[in-house]
Design a protein around this ligand. Structure first.
Ligand SMILES: [Zn+2]
Ligand SMILES: [Zn+2]
Length: 116
């Protein structure tokens, strides 16, 4: 079983979130868990090293953003990071890079992640 961690930022609090993703039998990647993470720890552990290509659907166990409970996420096309998303806003400002845009949800995402 392949699993990785991708780093997400919370849109409500700017907190860093480690999102555990798992490769499913059909080759797609799903989100299985989320937890608060210290970005310095994340760098030291060597996250951010491989690419994930998948829909990042959430599994039943997925607990949502550990800061605000958001279940969804969006992908910033400018800085290529993910951000938690409440599912209703049509205009968002990326907490990573400040890019503000009308939201487009991507079916498949390309993300960098590290081995877990
Ligand atoms: Zn959040
Ligand atoms: Zn961004």
């Amino acid at each position: 079983m392949e699993a990785n961690i991708v780093i997400m930022k919370c849109s409500s609090t700017n907190g860093f979130v480690g999102v555990r993703v798992q490769k499913m039998e059909d080759g797609d990647w799903h989100r299985t868990w989320a937890f608060k993470i210290n970005p310095k720890t994340a760098n030291r552990e060597g996250y951010d090293s491989t690419m994930i290509h998948g829909s990042l659907c959430c599994t039943e166990e997925f607990p949502g953003c550990p800061y605000c409970g958001n279940m969804s996420l969006y992908y910033c096309c400018k800085c290529k990071h993910i951000v938690c998303y409440n599912g209703t806003d049509t205009h968002v400002v990326c907490p990573w890079c400040g890019y503000s845009a009308a939201l487009r949800t991507a079916e498949y995402l390309n993300l960098s992640a590290g081995r877990f």
